[in-house]
Design a protein around this ligand. Structure first.
Ligand code: HEC
Length: 132
């Protein structure tokens, strides 16, 4: 009897899991790279160039950053923490890093408090992905 009940529970939770994706995308608006460009201008451009072969400002240029190994722009003097991060910048990594850079990678020298608004972060990451 217990077994049968458990089966029902499993069946119900599978049904619920299956039903959620049908409604979820409508609730989450798609990331907008045009809005992300404005976020970049307001929050990142003080320290980062977005131009191909752009200059070092306070930080390394971010053209092509999505897919690039962390700490890999030649001529930029990275912190040890950034050089030994050991990953490439994917949208998920950026989503984890940007809200609190120095908690995500202790020892990095990006003195930026963090981008706390998740939809602004999604817009910004969509914009960064266009820089190729
Ligand atoms: C006050 C200056 C400053 C601001 C503002 C700033 N950064 Fe940075 N950023 C840096 C510095 C300095 C580094 C290098 C960190 C290190 O080596 O520890 C860096 C590194 C990075 C890296 C790693 C790049 C690589 O080549 O591995 C990314 C990604 C990044 N910043 C994204 C952003 C984004 C996106 C914004 C805007 C939301 C932003 N930063 C705002 C100074 C800044």
């Amino acid at each position: 009897m217990v077994r049968v009940l458990n089966r029902w529970r499993v069946a119900w939770s599978l049904l619920i899991v299956a039903a959620v994706p049908v409604t979820a995308p409508a609730a989450a608006p798609a990331a907008d790279p045009a809005k992300g460009r404005a976020v970049f201008a307001a929050q990142c451009s003080l320290c980062h160039s977005n131009a191909p072969n752009g200059p070092v400002i306070m930080g390394p240029p971010l053209y092509g950053v999505v897919g690039r190994p962390a700490g890999s722009v030649r001529g930029f003097h990275y912190s040890q923490a950034m050089m030994s991060a050991g990953f490439a910048w994917t949208p998920d990594r950026l989503r984890a890093y940007l809200p609190a850079p120095r908690s995500y990678l202790p020892g990095v020298k990006m003195t930026y408090a963090g981008l706390k608004n998740p939809s602004q972060a999604d817009d910004l990451i969509a914009y960064l992905a266009t820089l190729h």
